[in-house]
Design a protein around this ligand. Sequence first.
Ligand SMILES: Nc1nc2c(ncn2[C@@H]2O[C@H](COP(=O)(O)OP(=O)(O)O)[C@@H](O)[C@H]2O)c(=O)[nH]1
Ligand SMILES: [Mg+2]
Length: 270
Amino acid sequence: MGFDAIYAVLPDHADKISRLQYLLAEARLPVVSVIGKYNHGKSSLLNALVERDQFAVSDARETTVLSYFEHEGVRWLDTPGLDADVARKDDREAMTGAWQQSDIRLFVHCVREGEFDQSESDMIDALQQDAADSGRQTLIVLTQIEQVEEQTLANVQARIKQQASKLPIIHVSAHRYLQGLQSGSALKLKKSGINELRQALQIAMAEVLQTRGDEVLELGESLGSLIDQGLSNLQARLDHQQSTKQSRLAGFAEEYRQLHSKLHQQLNRA
Ligand SMILES: Nc1nc2c(ncn2[C@@H]2O[C@H](COP(=O)(O)OP(=O)(O)O)[C@@H](O)[C@H]2O)c(=O)[nH]1
Ligand SMILES: [Mg+2]
């Protein structure tokens, strides 16, 4: 059975099917993507991690499609973000693509904004659920920390911990890191938190191959039983249609017989 046929039998499970198709297609580097609202610092964070101006940074909405950069064994993936306009086809495709391709997500939230809003909480719920289902990990990254007092950072962090109890939280400043690189300031580099994030990513990355293998088995099994169920539902519908058709035909035949014998009687009487 080809993938087109699987999509046709299970139209409600396109996400799972495309993830399986993606995993089976070819061997790929671990994919680390950023997710979060515009302007929270996703592209800047990736630039700090790859130590170059690779991804477009702006105060306006800059990233509208997925953009990739392969660097030191990782495929980094920048996304338009959570406030993507789902009515727009390219936004929708970008969000689905990122969901399908990511092995590890960095959920980026600017600490100046305080706690998560509703759209972020909804996404966090979905990511925590996905971690349980597929084993794919999400790290919460509080960004732009050099812009707030330490006490504010601690308060926001405590609140976010309540909102996303199952995910690790790391706090960083991409600007501080880039300034540290330019000025050669070891203190700035240290206080940027980027190295802590790198360490957490290393640990998560070491599990990617195992997680992908488990995911293929799990998706194969769950889609397999959904296909069996889908096919037997289809068979039941066909059987039902067939028997409705037959009883209708039997009805016609009976009516015809009655009409025929009535005509006969009338002819005989005449
Ligand atoms: N002060 C400060 N500003 C930042 C930091 N990271 C990003 N920004 C600024 O926040 C704005 C949005 O950044 P960008 O990376 O494009 O956010 P994105 O829309 O989430 O990708 C830009 O003006 C960045 O210069 C940071 O660590 N500190
Ligand atoms: Mg961006």
